[in-house]
Ligand binder design. Structure first.
Ligand SMILES: [Zn+2]
Length: 389
């Protein structure tokens, strides 16, 4: 058995993090991450540790705390500070109440539990005067839930050679599973363009909504045909979802336009722009059975890359060994959702996703996390830091 973090301290730090609201400003009522950034900065200051502060936007900064190591290596621990909105919650989102070993509140699970486990891991080593074999940077970043501006700022520094890491652990609720691959996403609109006219003489117009139904149906058949062939062993097949639709302007007008939003999930190896171009090349020439309707596939407005880390990367084995000592029955898996890890992998840092909490409790009306699991995660991180070479 290795070193143990103090469980009461875990509950205290997580409670403090949850009680500081940090809803992403892109959501209704979002006040931003600054309060948590302050907390993290003071946390490191109190330990006498240096930190790098990155101003990402006015009033939004990343804080990177540094625990120096004895060797030249460097490990990055990363967790986002922002949460989703609190609308519709049935508990006090910032109450940080503890019942039956669970701590409740917005962000408790996603992903302040991970941040707390990392902070307490660093604190445990620093207060005992233990110098790990590698330097450890803990990056608390902004804006994971919407546009990844926080991790992007870190990745830019890595790409420019100003920061250097041998590997990274990205904290998200994985139930202590280790995620080594996940899907990416490309989102764009498709427009059906028709001809408006009075609805009493529909044959004089071209109904864009009816035309769009055919495009949706076509995409569904294409998916059944092609997606299974592109399946990845850890994350499964690509998917797409028609996630929004709008069309029509009045009860008595043949609609001139109809727009859908496509959320296309990519698998490792798929290039998002290629996926989009491929769809554009197939959809735009479609001959609608509604005469006069044509299709336009718009440029992507969001791209998030899929990622994959080889299982023989040292960070995978090291984290797995530390984890298996502390928690049975957990696995190495792929995930269908995205994370900050893909942005780090793209600048050459093998980054795995790992943390306490179950994704099923993230973003929910009564979000919670099991405090024992947070402590276990923290112990695993301590062990990983001490044994990573
Ligand atoms: Zn998260």
């Amino acid at each position: 058995m290795g070193m143990n973090v103090n469980k009461d301290r875990i509950a205290e730090v997580l409670g403090q993090l949850v009680s500081i609201p940090s809803v992403n400003p892109g959501f209704p009522g979002g006040m931003g991450e600054e309060g948590v950034a302050d907390y993290v900065s003071r946390f490191f200051q109190r330990l006498g540790l240096e930190r790098i502060e990155q101003q990402v936007e006015p009033g939004r900064r990343n804080v990177i705390g540094i625990l120096p190591g004895s060797g030249p290596g460097a490990l990055l621990l990363e967790a986002h500070m922002d949460t989703v909105q609190t609308e519709g919650m049935t508990i006090d989102p910032f109450g940080a109440d503890i019942r039956d070993g669970r701590l409740y509140g917005r962000g408790a699970c996603d992903t302040k539990a991970s941040l707390a486990s990392m902070l307490v891991a660093i604190e445990t080593l620093a207060t005992r005067g233990i110098v790990p074999p590698v330097s450890v940077h803990l990056a608390a970043v902004v804006d994971e839930e919407i546009t990844y501006k926080g991790v992007t700022a870190v990745a830019d520094e890595i790409a420019a050679g100003r920061l250097r890491y041998d590997a990274a652990i990205v904290g998200e609720p994985t139930r202590l599973d280790i995620i080594v691959a996940h899907k990416g996403c490309v989102r764009f609109h498709i427009d059906a363009v028709g001809i408006a006219c009075h609805s009493s003489t529909p044959h004089l117009g071209a109904n864009a909504i009816e035309g769009m139904l055919e495009a949706i149906d076509y995409l569904k058949r294409e998916a059944e045909l092609h997606y299974p062939k592109a399946a990845h062993p850890l994350v499964g097949s690509p998917t797409h979802c028609v996630s929004m639709i709008q069309g029509g302007i009045a009860p008595n007008t043949v609609p001139e336009s109809c727009r859908i939003m496509i959320d296309r999930r990519t698998v490792p190896g798929e290039e998002p722009m290629e996926v989009w171009r491929n769809m554009k090349e197939r959809v735009e020439p479609l001959q609608s059975s509604v005469p006069g309707v044509r299709y336009v596939v718009r440029e992507p407005f969001l791209i998030d890359y899929a990622m994959e880390v080889k299982v023989d990367e040292p960070i995978v084995g090291c984290l797995q060994r530390s984890r298996d000592e502390r928690a049975d029955g957990r696995r190495i898996i792929g995930a269908t959702y995205g994370s900050d890890a893909s942005k780090l992998v793209r600048v050459g840092v093998p980054a795995v996703v790992f943390g306490p909490g179950n994704l099923e409790q993230a973003h929910t009306k009564d979000e919670w996390v099991d405090l024992d699991e947070v402590a276990t995660a923290s112990n695993i991180i301590v062990q990983t830091i001490l044994t990573y070479k």
